[in-house]
Design a protein around this ligand. Structure first.
Ligand SMILES: *Cc1c(COP(=O)(O)O)cnc(C)c1O
Length: 376
């Protein structure tokens, strides 16, 4: 299984049991950059859970935290949007897309989109069969041209009718749509009568990098529905589904409940958002993560045998490495995925430690400058 490449590849396990136990112990305690989901919970989110834990509150979203969290999003986005909370991004994306589609509709996405490659068919499942139409793309991004090509390919009754375009901001390979690119896509959507959805699993990183107001990157640029990721931003769990086109939110509460996404103790999903948004931690941590990624890329990009695969515009760095370099990195205890984007992926989270970034840089430098065996 590909997922195991980051953790249990035989290449990263030394021969003796003693060494293996030690290495496993070290790996568990030390910061890794395999995924931003390896990180723990940030202090603001944790404190908010603790605060929400004092006393009783109404269940199923009838609590004061949920109301405050929704208001905090309305303030952040300068809009009277409808806000819902789901446990994870797969559910948020799938239910959001389902709310925009009938079962005979289709959703246009890039071939690298998380909804296509990493959600196990959940968007199709929760929409009762709305088909994803995959557009070829460079670096995971859609363009007006690629959308037009897919949308206009067929218009007969035998083909699922295009209804939604979904874009990932930042993309799965850590690149950004510029505001003009989002607006151009939105214009194409309007021409074709399509709705625009944004998968913002790392929305905070995109805002931090572009330095724009959240409203600018979303509804003012034509986005109808946004999934705003809390987990990768430093929370334990939870994503917000934000409807700027509030008509699309009709009965969304029922959709969440039916899908098992209505938290009975909703306040524990909502309270972290209140603190994250009101304190500005959501943006501060994203800036930190992006900065760590940029710095790492700057220091390793020029090493022999190392090639940066994509522009580093958020918190992801993809390196093209010879197999031997990757194996030696793993032998030194580093964990990373290679099944996304085809290279070694390093993700920098809200808590990326400069010392661990240094250690990774140093290991890469040593491995890449040692003359033996790299050719094999
Ligand atoms: C992480 C991620 C999600 C959400 O994944 P879950 O594991 O379901 O929370 C959605 N989209 C993208 C692009 C992601 O990276």
């Amino acid at each position: 299984m590909t997922q195991h490449s980051a953790t249990t590849s035989s290449a990263n396990i030394p021969s003796s049991d003693k060494e293996r136990l030690y290495l496993t112990f070290m790996q568990q305690r030390s910061q890794q950059f395999a995924s931003d989901n390896y990180a723990g919970v940030c202090p603001e989110a944790f404190a908010a859970m603790d605060e929400a834990n004092r006393g009783h509150e109404p269940a199923y979203g009838g609590d004061s935290w949920t109301a405050r969290a929704a208001d905090a999003f309305r303030t952040l986005f300068e809009a009277s949007c409808e806000v819902y909370f789901a446990f994870n991004g797969t559910a948020a994306n799938s239910l959001a897309l389902a709310s925009m589609c009938q079962s005979y509709h289709s959703v246009i996405c890039s071939e690298a989109a998380h909804v296509e490659t990493d959600e196990c068919g959940a968007p199709e499942f929760f929409s009762n069969g709305s088909k994803l139409l995959v557009a070829p793309s460079t670096n995971g991004k859609l363009t007006p041209e690629s959308i037009l090509t897919v949308a206009l390919k067929r218009s007969d009754i035998h083909y699922p009718k295009p209804r939604v375009v979904t874009i990932t901001q930042p993309t799965e390979t850590g690149e950004l749509y510029a505001l003009e690119e989002i607006r151009a896509i939105a214009d194409t959507c309007r021409e074709l009568g399509l709705k625009l959805h944004m998968d913002g699993a790392r929305f905070a990183n995109a805002c931090a990098s572009l330095g724009c107001r959240p409203a600018e990157m979303t509804w003012r640029s034509g986005v109808d529905v946004l999934c705003f990721g809390g987990t990768k931003n430093g929370m334990a769990v939870g994503e917000a589904v934000i409807f700027f086109d509030t008509k699309l939110a009709e009965d969304f509460d029922y959709r969440c409940k039916q899908a098992g996404q209505l938290a009975s103790k909703m306040r524990f999903l909502a309270a972290p958002w209140v603190r994250m948004l009101e304190s500005g931690a959501w943006l501060r941590y994203a800036v930190h993560a992006n900065t760590a990624a940029k710095e790492f890329a700057g220091r390793v990009g020029g090493l022999p045998h190392v090639e940066l695969m994509f522009r580093v515009e958020a918190n992801a760095v993809f390196l093209k490495l010879p197999l031997t370099v990757a194996e030696r990195l793993r032998a030194r205890g580093w964990m990373f995925y290679t099944f996304i984007g085809g290279g070694a992926r390093f993700m920098f989270a809200w808590d990326a430690e400069p010392g661990r970034v240094d250690a990774l840089v140093n290991d890469l430098q040593e491995i890449c400058s040692s003359p033996d065996g790299l050719s094999s």
